[in-house]
Design a protein around this ligand. Structure first.
Ligand SMILES: NC(=O)c1ccc[n+]([C@@H]2O[C@H](COP(=O)([O-])OP(=O)(O)OC[C@H]3O[C@@H](n4cnc5c(N)ncnc54)[C@H](OP(=O)(O)O)[C@@H]3O)[C@@H](O)[C@H]2O)c1
Length: 303
């Protein structure tokens, strides 16, 4: 961590600071960086960080803000993440996930800051799994399509970029639930729920991902990496492991196929990401699912 706390700290701007990743990332970065974060509809106060309300689809406001802060690094976490909402509102999804990302990529390039873009495993169709960075992308829903457009704009308009593809869970700072929080809530209320046995993924906690993003910022790592957990599991298995770690009743979790649900947006069945490239590059340990969930449990009281 060096002597950064004694020296002048570099500035980082984290978009989507009221979201799951952005709020946790702000907390992880504040030791080493002067943190600025944005929120839009949901006000949030994060200790020792500077929050700014801005609608990032307002390009003029966004440009003014970024020029004023002049950050060394921008971590772009803001997005429209509700997959079914995106499907029903494709223009809004394109505006937020793609066009505003293009705007941020251009501004970032103009001021020579490094842009870290958070992407997703939803850019793949899920027919193959174990996806490598160079595998062919073929999103099957609007969310995946618009996030992939975001990636393309970052590559096209910004010289100094890092794109990280991931799938996350963790504690939300605000009242929204991530998948793990939702499952835990059901288990703790003793309510039964369905766990899909045919949707496979490689989730990582926002804390583990956050530490990797911090390392990438300090070491100026560039390019495209999958940053996911090393443990492949179905949503059903994920729910079971949560029950195990929190010592709750596994019988509440019903193993079902996702085919029984009529989602508005299609879901990829096997979204697992291969993380060999990241494991070679990063020194930060990538924890297995059990270790990550143990940490998730231990962080509950710090929420
Ligand atoms: N969650 C996952 O499982 C997952 C998986 C793979 C990749 N990702 C990617 O990881 C990143 C972070 O995801 P997350 O789950 O932390 O997201 P999240 O909790 O849904 O938060 C989204 C954030 O984006 C902000 N935002 C949306 N529209 C905005 C606008 N027009 N102007 C300004 N801010 C806007 C929201 O601000 P307000 O709420 O204040 O309006 C919020 O802070 C996203 O890029 C997402 O695509 C997430």
């Amino acid at each position: 961590m060096g002597f950064n706390h004694l020296q002048h700290k570099e500035k980082v701007l984290i978009t989507g600071g009221s979201g799951l990743l952005g709020s946790n990332l702000s907390i992880i970065f504040k030791e080493d960086f002067k943190v600025y974060f944005t929120f839009n509809n949901n006000f949030i106060n994060l200790k020792d960080c500077e929050g700014v309300k801005v609608d990032l689809t307002n390009f003029e406001e966004t440009k003014k803000l970024i020029l004023k802060i002049n950050p060394k690094i921008i971590v772009h976490c803001a997005a429209l993440t509700n997959v079914d909402y995106c499907e029903e509102n494709p223009n809004e999804a394109q505006a937020i996930n793609s066009e505003l990302t293009k705007n941020i990529a251009k501004i970032s390039n103009e001021i020579n800051s490094k842009l870290i873009y958070i992407s997703t495993d939803a850019i793949f169709d899920g027919l193959k799994g174990n996806y490598l960075e160079e595998d062919k992308t073929s999103p099957i829903n609007i969310y995946g399509e618009t996030k992939l457009n975001g990636e393309k704009y970052v590559k096209e308009y910004c010289k100094n970029y890092l794109i990280l593809r991931t799938n996350i869970y963790g504690w939300n700072a605000l009242s929204k639930y991530s998948l793990a929080e939702w499952m835990l809530d059901k288990l703790e209320k003793n309510e039964g729920f369905c766990g899909f046995n045919d949707i496979l993924f490689t989730p990582i906690s926002v804390n583990n991902l956050g530490r990797i993003i911090l390392e990438s910022s300090k070491r100026d790592i560039k390019g495209l990496y999958n940053i996911a957990g090393p443990t492949k599991c179905s949503k059903f298995e994920f729910a079971n492991l949560i029950a195990e770690v929190f010592n709750l009743n596994k019988k509440l979790i019903k193993s079902v196929s996702s085919d029984v649900i009529n989602f508005k947006a299609k879901r990829s069945k096997n979204m697992c990401l291969n993380i060999e490239k990241a494991k070679k590059k990063f020194n930060t340990p990538i924890l297995n699912l059990k270790e990550c969930l143990d940490e998730f449990k231990s962080l509950r009281n710090f929420k």
